[in-house]
Design a protein. Sequence first.
Length: 346
Amino acid sequence: MNTRRGVLKAMAASAAAGGVTRIQAAVPRQASPGLRVPDGVRFAGMAGAYSAMFTPFFRQGEKEGQLNEEAIERLVEYAVKTGLTGLYLTGSTGEGFLLSLDERKRVYSRVFKAARGRLKLIAHVGCLNTDDACELARYAADVGIDWVSSVAPVYFGQTFDAALDHYKTISEATDLPFMVYSVVGKLVPDQAARFFDLKNVYGMKYTGHDYYDLGALLRKLSKPAIFFAGADQQVLNGFATGEFAGCIGSNDNHHPRQFVKICELAAQGRFIEARPYHNEVCRYIDIRNAHGNIMSLHKNVMRYIGIDCGNPRRPAGRPLTQAEYDAFMAEVEALGTIRRNDANLI
């Protein structure tokens, strides 16, 4: 009882002073054993499964390879109807670095209009050029996107100081909450914690597997922050740590129900019941990895579901032959976890 009174007293004192403590950030775990969502308006409604949305292109004809905005609207509707919480736009899966700035802006605008407030939207604005990333961030804010996000510097600026400056500049470009995208290399807790000292940095998409280092990072933070698991094959493992609010991944595009169910069960601490859904996803990943030309296969699954997203832009992947597509989809169909023309049936 003395310990509990001490905790409550510390929380009350912090609240009265307007401060933030690690204890406050941890409180939501009591209501949600497996998902961690901090208090605060910027975090409200954020928990759950997000697809790292494919950017759809026309497959053939005079518009071949161009942005297919009608397919964007169908992807949004599919996300809503299958229960996803939100969409992560023009990230790695969305081929953001292979799009022009104008194309990325069109994606943000079209998705926002189609979503009509039914989904949380995170715009990945990472670019080779920091100024371009800032331009995209400002456009996303003007359109009405909820959060912005970025990977660390790509190709140029491969140092921590450069990454810190990159994130500082982008995060100060708008008043939107900013999400670090940790996708390449080892997470260094002492360094990563400094990102959260920057204006508007309140979250991270962590596409890594070292949950010890992630926990070490969280223990160093002095303000509330939200974290999303980005390695689809490790989502359930990550949720077992109690440190994530949800997941963001490419496989959520064509396995949305599985990820929605995993999140629902994890939120209740029912991890064993979530295992069959996680295994369904992993069996698909096993098949995809065995075939090679991963991005092309991955993106073309949406064609089977009923939303043709076209082929990825080179060098992300080369077009599939019909034989390759048929052989791959025969194996996927045998799994029984993806329905043909699913997008047309709901």
